[in-house]
Design a protein around this ligand. Structure first.
Ligand code: ADP
Ligand code: MG
Length: 373
């Protein structure tokens, strides 16, 4: 019952989870090249979302369509629930951290960060206060008087982020913002930017071709291939349940064994892998495969293990090579004409010698089977 006798009504779904961005049936071509194909995407407010894919997969084009620098050939772009397809970029009220959208070289850091506030004719005192807040947020308090050419690459990107956040946009777009930085700096900025996003609560849409970066930062990943969306989900969804062989190969290391279906039942399939005589029984795939069909089976290196003596192996093969990698031991095992890589935690079984026949155990649920291309 409600307080003070007031009737209690449950909040409508839309007020619980608000939609920041929706793309519906979006297409974009440059002449003959179809850069974005039939894209339907839904992004919740307050999430950190990454557009991930190889170079040329349409990530930047998709981000430019959201920003309004490009118009779709067909389809609709909704921002905060409203049709924004025809809106000019400056009317979309988005924070932008784009590579071609560099800092103004003749302005100091404070003037760069204040840029959006000046455009919006905010009072001087409010500008100063907000600039100080934003510089503190990106850890650059002492740098307000510096010019961009007196900053390191990482500092420049943090100023660009402060500039994008200054007018409190509900949506921030970042295109390969960390791409030009060295690996160590990229790592520390990944966590810093994710932390800032959590603090301000805006929706961030970030473009990268770096799968580790996407994993480290994102609530949701939108995986793209040749202009289309292959899969959208949490980093864990994409890693554990890749929707296609491409997704499995792109999201971290995976073993790929070719074979054919040797038997098919309600929930299981038997696979004949890598020309091996052995049969591996695994979970039946969601995608349609029929008896005798050629298939590809994918399994992560950390999901296959050397069998102990008392364990019935799921497969067997010949150990080719064993390498100490510090945090794990890496084994390469020949199974039929295929090669399986295993990552064993340190301090496991004593390593067998190369050339020995070894048994392998694996979790059948973590083998993903796709139709052969
Ligand atoms: P990504 O950001 O994933 O690398 P892009 O969106 O930049 O991909 O490009 C997608 C495809 O569109 C690529 O084949 C690219 O060569 C092409 N493309 C991008 N921009 C242009 C342009 N201005 N003119 C012609 N083709 C373009
Ligand atoms: Mg790009």
């Amino acid at each position: 019952m409600g307080d003070g006798g007031m009737p209690v009504t449950s909040a409508p779904e839309s007020s619980v989870r608000t939609e920041a961005i929706r793309l519906s049936g979006v297409n974009k071509s440059y002449g003959e090249v179809q850069a974005v194909k039939d894209v339907d995407v839904h992004i919740e407010a307050g999430e950190f979302v990454t557009l991930l894919g190889p170079s040329g997969s349409g990530k930047t084009t998709l981000l430019q369509l959201i920003a309004g620098f490009l118009q779709p050939d067909s389809g609709t772009v909704y921002l905060n629930g409203l049709d924004a397809t025809k809106l000019e970029p400056h009317s979309r009220e988005l924070g932008l951290v784009f590579q071609h959208y560099a800092l103004f070289p003749h302005m100091d850091v404070a003037a760069n960060v204040a840029y959006g506030l000046r455009l919006r004719k905010k009072p001087k005192a409010e500008q100063r206060e907000r600039v100080a807040e934003c510089l503190q947020m990106v850890d650059l308090e002492g740098m307000a008087d510096r010019r961009p050419d007196e900053l390191s690459g990482g500092q420049r990107q943090r100023v660009a982020l402060a500039r994008a956040l200054a007018f409190n946009p509900s949506i921030v777009l970042l295109d390969e913002a960390l791409g030009a930085l060295d690996r160590r700096l990229r790592h520390s900025l990944q966590f810093q930017i994710k932390e800032i996003q959590r603090t301000v609560g805006s929706t961030f849409v970030h473009v990268t071709h770096d799968q580790e970066e996407a994993m480290a930062m994102s609530d949701q990943i939108i995986l793209m291939q040749e202009g289309g969306v292959v899969q959208q989900g949490s980093p864990r969804d994409l890693y554990e349940e890749p929707a296609s062989e491409f997704a499995a190969m792109f999201m971290g290391e995976t073993n790929r064994l070719v074979g054919r279906v040797a038997g098919i039942r309600d929930h299981e399939v038997d696979l004949e892998l890598g020309g091996a005589r052995e049969i591996l029984t695994v979970r039946r795939p969601g995608s349609q495969v029929g008896d005798s069909d050629p298939v590809v089976a994918c399994i992560r290196p950390e999901r296959v293990h050397l069998a102990r003596r008392d364990q019935p192996p799921a497969l067997s093969g010949r150990l080719r090579k064993s390498t100490f990698m510090g945090d794990h031991q890496r084994h390469e095992v020949q199974v039929g004409d295929g090669l399986l890589v295993l990552k064993e935690p340190p301090g496991g079984l004593p390593a067998p010698s190369p050339g020995e026949v070894v048994g392998l155990v694996l979790d059948r649920e973590s083998v993903h089977v796709y139709p052969a291309p």
